[in-house]
Ligand binder design. Sequence first.
Ligand code: PAZ
Length: 330
Amino acid sequence: MSRVSSVCDVEDTPEDRYFLNNPKPESLDDLILKTSNFMNNCNKSENNDKIVLVTSGGTSVPLENNTVRFIDNFSAGTRGASSAEQFLFKGYKVIFLHREFSLQPFNRHFMRFTNVSFLDYFDSNGEIAPKYKKELVEMKRLSDLYKDQLLMLTFTSVNDYLWALRSIAILLNNRNCIFYLAAAVSDFYVPYDKLPEHKIQSRSEFQDESKKKHINESGKLVLDLDPVPKFLRDLVQTWANNSMIISFKLETDPNLLIVKAKQALENYNHQLVIGNLLDTRNREVVILSEKTADETWIRMTDEELKQTCIEELIVDNITQRHTEWINSSD
Ligand code: PAZ
């Protein structure tokens, strides 16, 4: 089934209008430059590098242009950071587009624990505490080893994310590339023309008269969010129509997981959806394929989880499918 839409098909869709009405982030040109340089380095080697874009972490939705308040999407960044490590081990070059301050490959082993803080890694002389030394040395070794194969890019808001995704996709659009979309992307946002410039004031006399009022007569904050347009369709049909695209589906209701994952495959017509439930995401995922219409469950026991992480099995499965997919189109 063809995923390509021609230039003549361009319509005035919510997706098209989004980029006209929501301004480009200031950091975008720098992100494009870094990605182009990374791609040029990849293309210098003669062995047709395989590249994966891993998106990771949650996007935020600012409620003010000078942002004090925002709505956030859940995601620590474990799936993305851990998968990025596994892709590097498999010889892929990795573009890691992640939420600023979320977990990062190799560093993730020492970040954001409730029972260990940064200073706990050192003894009173500032030396690495013996208990952590072996793992620190190993992760430092891996991080240095793969530093030229890994490009770190960041986003914060859903607007940063969408502009970045579109720009990277256009640069990356070829069969050797995988889009592995593990980021948790907001479904609703405040469009730029409705965004108050300054912090929303709780007292009505200080409210910005030029914009829609946010505090009603009873003193309640009233939010009016628009749906985020469905960019997966643009990614699959236009921006990256030569690449392999894998989206993730997070649910909390087990009865909805397969239904929603199948719906995503049918709606967007991409190669794979990986479904997971919030509570069990670290030990259980299901992979659904466009081609075979089968469900492949990957499940890990507590014992197995002591040896490795589920991303090792996911990435092993995905990279095999990628190789078959490239070969099938030769
Ligand atoms: O980052 P994390 O390991 O805490 O969680 C990963 C995840 C559940 C956000 C990811 O596997 C996922 O499902 N991402 C897509 C979320 C969505 O449906 O938009």
